[in-house]
Design a protein around this ligand. Sequence first.
Ligand code: ASP
Ligand code: MG
Length: 420
Amino acid sequence: MKVFKFGGASVKDADGIRNVAALLSRFANEEILVVISAMGKSTNKLEELVHAYYHNTGAAPALISDLKEYHFGVMNNLLPEQPLAFRNDIENLFLELECLVENANNLEDFDFVYDQIVCFGELLSTKIVSHYLISQQTRNLWMDARNFILTDNRYRDGKVQWDKTEHTIQNRLKPLTSKNLVITQGFIGRDSLNTTTTLGREGSDYSAAIFAYCLKAESVTIWKDVAGVMNADPKKFPEAVLLSSLSYNDCIELAYYGASVIHPKTLQPMKARNIPLYVKSFIHPEDEGTAVKQDAEALATPCFIHKTNQVLVELSTRDFTFIVEENLREIFNQLASYKVRCNIMQNSAISFSFGADNKEDRLVRLCEALENLGLRVTIQEGLELLTVYNATETRPAEWFQGKQVILQQQTGETIHYLLR
Ligand code: ASP
Ligand code: MG
């Protein structure tokens, strides 16, 4: 059996959903489990709703009405008159969401609230696709992924409980996938109290990998609006080329450094069971795309990953003493507790510097905590990070034109440049 994943861009409007249906009809005789994300940018809208509800700003009703307009608009375009069961499912989901945010929030745990609300994006999109497929005589089962993806209770960052998840998928889902096309959600799971959890933004790729691992699938295909994995973002670098095959390790590294094609956690389960991952275009499904697999050829080109909105944080002791192991331990403890990842770092006798994504709220609190450790903290914002993976060439000068390298770090054949 195969696992397919469709992201938000592939189901962002009625034409997108028609295209998904057409694509699935090409595989009518195969066993397929389909994982789908929330439509278009609806997860962002739901995040606004979380904010509105959590802080009681009064904006919740207007946001729900935007979401309704969007989803019902797509439905009406797909089928001017929906069967009652279709309409009913969507009305009920919105009713549930409305009831949830109707009363003033008195919950403290933001991440808990987040997961209970944001999951509706995937519930809605999968219901719409499933009902539309039925209307087109494509029989399918809609399954609630929360019954299968079992996690701990770390909201917004649920950790998969592999043994339980695999057991449940093998016993309860596998018998269904052998006879039916199954439509389910990415991104969502549940904890042992039956409460919804999510796997982190863009986590649907990871869901597809979890299902594939537990079903021992023959492959996963991620259908995207790009041709496959490229050696750079073609919007930024017109000379970017498609990588037709890629090893698990290279793909893991690229995703980790921020190539936005695949969620970084996706590859580990695939590698563990030697399941190939295909990244293909849903616009040109006949094209080859990229195959991520064990026996891929060595990378023939360097890969470039460019990230904006970076900060450089420089730390030193107030009394000009050395930065020693003791300080470093405390610094890393704070980095871990504020979930700030160092994209680049450097230490000298009297300072420790790191570059990170500028996630404002976290960074401000982190810097306060670091100051409370007695450290002097200075921040430079508005920086860029260029990572060159498999850096076989000398550095491509044109990319640095007008830019100043303020920190550089090389590990093997990977070079990071923090630029201003
Ligand atoms: N809908 C979720 C998000 O936008 C999950 C995903 O798309 O993978 O983050
Ligand atoms: Mg999405």
